[in-house]
Design a binder for this molecule. Structure first.
Ligand code: 5AD
Ligand code: SF4
Length: 443
């Protein structure tokens, strides 16, 4: 039998790319490829790219530059570019980097096996279609779980058109998968040992998929989907990301209060605390409406750990606007938050506007990050002495240690030889460390 061909995938960007990379590896698995963690022994290198900020995008070209000697020494090596840069730039990538053998967008990667074959025959396939067929119908079934947690894409694309964002262009308009498919995939994952599923979508809480025929079809909301998923035996935890404040409906908020499998952690980006900037960003909500929403969510689930995204230095942002962002962060008290310096993206409305000087944006980013870090530490400190559920995922660095995630998504490590991956246990938190918590088993 021939040696299996080896595939190395590098994933940039968001969790949906992580999910897509796994599915691409499975699709190429059917073509005889096995994955390797080493680019230097690969027959195919696939870069699954991110286009969200300029830095993320440019990484593709610097990484391709680094792969050049490898390709020079191994002419049969195939190099593929997937993901959102592939979608945005298409054939331009091959023009700029002739070492690239194939380019595939996020909606057409079910066609990868055929593209790989074409590349092996010396062709240079490029596919950035938004095909009529559903890629999920053409992907192989997911194999046995190696981890007790899994991502599951339920919705893709975005119709919100925030003035800074490329997602509506790279991932296209909002499409929700039918609930039956999602429930089937989730049941299979649970049968294979997955205990926690994170539902993914660029606008996941705008989910409106077709309900199962057995239940009368219709249009299902995310809340309804979550409640149905919660009925699956073996599945213990449900999370979802990323949400838009305007799609956080009462039904979903109520589910957070009632559905014990729905974890008390919510990533709810707001981007800015200034109404003027929110308007310029085309966010269609105000700082106050966001704060009221957080209040409502915490009324349903008082221990909800909030997470968010922020952009500083958006065109037109003044010191006063930025001060309002700091005020909002103080008012919410985030357990976790991500902040970015505004990056002008070609084709987006905000890219036409006069930028804030780089040094000003840098200083704001530092100030915001310091505040967020102090809130993160405070949230971790507040866990010390408390009991939390932890889903253990893998052995830690020390002997006999296992690491996992708490209900609130904190990394937790415990030293106990009896623990196995996939087990959920009650843990009393004993210490807060830089990026994790230490704990002991309860009882
Ligand atoms: N510049 C900086 N940050 C951006 N984000 C999206 N687009 C841009 C941009 N052009 C951030 C937003 C979003 C997160 C995924 O990335 O905060 O929520
Ligand atoms: Fe981008 Fe999110 Fe706004 Fe959609 S809602 S345009 S994905 S930032």
């Amino acid at each position: 039998m021939a040696e299996p061909k080896k595939l190395f995938i590098k994933t940039y960007g968001c969790q949906m790319n992580v999910y897509d990379s796994e599915r691409m590896a499975e699709a190429l698995g059917a073509e005889g490829y096995v994955t390797t963690g080493r680019a230097d022994e690969a027959d195919m290198v696939l870069l699954n790219t991110c286009h969200i900020r300029e830095k993320a995008s440019e990484k593709l070209y610097s990484d391709l530059g680094r792969l050049r000697p490898l390709k020079a020494g191994k002419p049969d090596l195939k190099i593929g570019v997937a993901g959102c840069v592939a979608q945005a730039e298409g054939a331009e990538i091959i023009r700029r980097m002739p070492m690239v053998d194939l380019v595939v967008g996020p909606q057409s990667y079910h066609r990868l096996p055929a593209m790989a074959r074409a590349a092996e025959q010396g062709q240079r396939p490029v596919d950035t279609d938004f095909p009529a067929e559903d890629k999920f119908d053409h992907l192989p079934e997911r194999p046995a779980a190696v981890r007790p947690t899994a991502f599951l894409t339920v919705q893709e694309g975005c119709d919100k058109f925030c003035a800074f964002c490329v997602v509506p262009y790279t991932r296209g308009s909002e499409v929700s998968r039918p609930a039956t498919r999602i429930l089937d995939e989730a049941r299979k994952l649970a049968d294979k040992g997955v205990r926690e599923i994170t539902l993914l979508g660029q606008n996941v809480n705008a989910y409106h998929g077709e309900g199962p025929a057995a239940e009368g079809g219709g249009d299902w909301s995310l809340a309804r989907l979550v409640r149905a998923l919660a009925q699956i035996d073996g599945l213990a935890r449900i999370r979802y990301t990323t949400s838009h404040p305007n799609d956080m409906d009462d039904e979903l908020i109520a589910a957070h209060g009632e559905e014990t499998k729905l974890m008390p952690y919510l990533h709810l980006p707001v981007q800015s605390g200034s109404d003027r900037i929110l308007k310029a960003m085309n966010r269609r909500h105000t700082a106050d409406s966001y704060l009221k929403l957080v209040e409502k969510i915490r009324a349903a689930r008082p221990d909800m750990m909030m997470s968010g995204d922020f952009i500083v230095g958006f065109p037109g942002e003044t010191d006063a606007d930025f001060a309002e962002t700091l005020d909002l962060v103080r008012a919410v008290g985030y357990g976790m938050a991500y902040s970015f310096k505004y990056s002008a993206r070609p084709g987006t409305p905000a890219a036409e506007r006069a930028p804030v000087p780089g040094a000003v944006a840098d200083a704001r980013l530092q100030e915001l990050q310091a505040l967020i870090t102090s809130q993160q530490h405070a949230a971790q400190e507040a866990m010390v002495g408390r009991e939390v559920g932890v889903l253990f995922e893998k052995p830690g660095r020390l002997k006999g240690q296992m690491v996992g995630k708490s209900d609130y998504l904190h990394a937790v490590h415990v030293r106990d030889d009896s623990l196995r991956a996939g087990e959920i246990a009650r843990v009393r938190i004993t210490a807060s460390e830089t990026n994790s918590l230490a704990g002991v088993l309860v009882g």
